[in-house]
Design a protein around this ligand. Sequence first.
Ligand SMILES: Cc1ncc(COP(=O)(O)O)c(C=O)c1O
Length: 394
Amino acid sequence: MRVSDRISRVEYAIRDVMLHAREYEKTGKEIMYLNIGDPVAFDFKTPEHIKGALADALAKDNDYYTDSEGWTELRKSIVRKEKERKGLDLAPEDVLVTNGVSEGLDMVMGSIVEDGDQVLLPGPYYPPYSSYAKFYGGSISEFAIYDDGTPNLDDIRKKISSNSKAICIINPNNPTGEVFSYKSLKSIVDIAAENNLYVICDEIYDEIVFDENFNGIGNMAKDAPVILLNGFSKTYLMTGLRCGYVCMNNNSRQLDPLRQNIFKLARVRIASNFPVQIAANAALNGPQDHLPIMVQKLKSRRDLVYKRLNEIEGLECTKPKGAFYMFPWIDLKNKWKNDLEFVIELLNSTGVLTVHGSGFGKMGTGHFRIVYLPREEILNKSMDKIERFVKDKS
Ligand SMILES: Cc1ncc(COP(=O)(O)O)c(C=O)c1O
């Protein structure tokens, strides 16, 4: 039977490499999983008070359908975080709670993208941005980012056309760990406002920034049509619990049609998980002391991997400023056809599982992505294996 053309446009490289890993697993040899950005799968665990709130919600039978838009108490807490702490003007009615940022992105793209529209993405980008844009009939165009993490504004201007609908920002970025400065963010918001484009900004790694202060998009949004995506997976270590949210700038009249319509999609899927929303509310209002511990641990893992990778002849990478990814460039020479071949060969000869850079868009070509969430001994062991693999190929 036929399936829709639109489903064939959907790709997700991060999970696709798992198919090769499954084959490798059958050999019974050890795999080092440096491919999926799930801190809870490593030694970062959901804080006890969040798990307690979830268990308590169930014990008290708070597991019925709640409001489609999200539980009011949680929407108010999200306003406190995103407005009072990060500067985006919001009321609870501007917030939609979703089953993860992924669902929020799906609903936003589904609400704004039409056939023939173009969506601008940072190059390289987190794959669901392109999958959803294409799924809803759009196309994507990547804008370049310099090695120091500054977006190339001329490139953005050049790529805007009469079909452009939105500029997406992922800050800090996945897969590069780049963090945009206040000035860069302001320039992008200004360009979007001049060209009547939505700004979709994903701040899921907002608390995982190492060497500088994080600037939220809210600080420069003014009355621009800024849509903020955020969630609990990474900073509150709730990946498997699935909770995120969409915020629509309260000052933007251009967002009123979206504000009036997106909640219809929320009603179609009834509601997001109520006990998890109670746990997410506890996450925002409870102790935050896991955060500096997590950031410090990640920072030393970043430093280790950054040093080790740059010591390998034939690999080069810039220092990520946030999140937990590194995106080294591979000197492919005549040794590997492309980054995918590098990644598959690396897996098959060493058991180190990473993701090919071209899975993150054209501008990711010739790179591979490493997740530096594992413990230092695993990271060191993986770096030894990568080093030997690259050397032996010379
Ligand atoms: C930039 C970015 N946005 C969203 C997600 C997924 O978020 P969620 O677990 O809330 O669906 C990820 C996960 O890796 C991500 O890197």
